[in-house]
Design a protein around this ligand. Structure first.
Ligand SMILES: [Zn+2]
Length: 149
C-alpha cells in the first residue's frame, strides 16, 4: 500500500535504498550466528547511510545493522530520517527489527518508513511507530522532567 509523500512515490530512490541494504549485508561481521543483516538509512536530506550487523565473542555486545546505520548517520550530524530498509538472507520471511532496534529507531521519530525485505527483493512497508506500539519515547522523559521543576 502506498502512502502519500512516502518513498513509494519515488520508486527509483526506494529501489536504490533497497539495493544498498542488500549490498550492506555483504559486510556483515557474523562469525557466530552466520546470520547476515544489512540496513540502509535515508536521511531527510537524501543521504544514505548503510550498516551491517557486527557480532562479538561477548555476545551481549553484538550490534544490529539498523543501529550501525543509525549510529553512522547520527555521528555525522544527521538526525532526521525518511526511511530505513533492512535485508537478511531469509527467503521465506521478511526480516524484522529486534526490540532494541525498534526502540533505537523511534528515538529519532515514529513517522519515518521501514521497508522490511526478503531475499527476492520484495518488501513490507511500515512506519517506525507501527513496529513499536505504546512506546516509551524522549517526549515522555521531557514531560516528566518538566513536571519536576
Ligand atoms: Zn536489532
Amino acid at each position: 500500500m502506498s502512502a502519500p509523500g512516502g518513498l513509494e512515490d519515488t520508486p527509483q530512490l526506494l529501489d536504490e535504498l533497497i539495493q544498498k541494504c542488500f549490498k550492506a549485508k555483504e559486510k556483515a561481521y557474523n562469525p557466530y550466528s552466520k546470520f547476515r543483516v544489512g540496513a540502509a538509512l535515508l536521511t531527510e536530506g537524501g543521504q544514505i547511510f548503510t550498516g551491517c550487523n557486527v557480532e562479538n565473542a561477548s555476545y551481549g555486545l553484538c550490534i544490529c545493522a539498523e543501529r550501525t546505520a543509525i549510529c553512522k548517520a547520527v555521528s555525522e550530524g544527521y538526525r532526521s530520517f525518511k526511511a530505513i530498509a533492512v535485508s537478511s538472507d531469509m527467503t521465506e520471511k521478511f526480516i524484522s527489527p529486534c526490540g532494541n532496534c525498534r526502540q533505537f529507531m523511534i528515538e529519532f521519530g515514529g513517522d519515518y518508513e521501514v521497508f522490511l525485505t526478503k531475499g527476492d527483493g520484495s518488501y513490507q512497508r511500515h512506519l517506525v511507530r507501527d513496529l513499536l506500539p505504546h512506546s516509551f519515547e524522549s517526549g515522555d522523559l521531557i514531560e516528566f522532567q518538566q513536571k519536576q521543576q
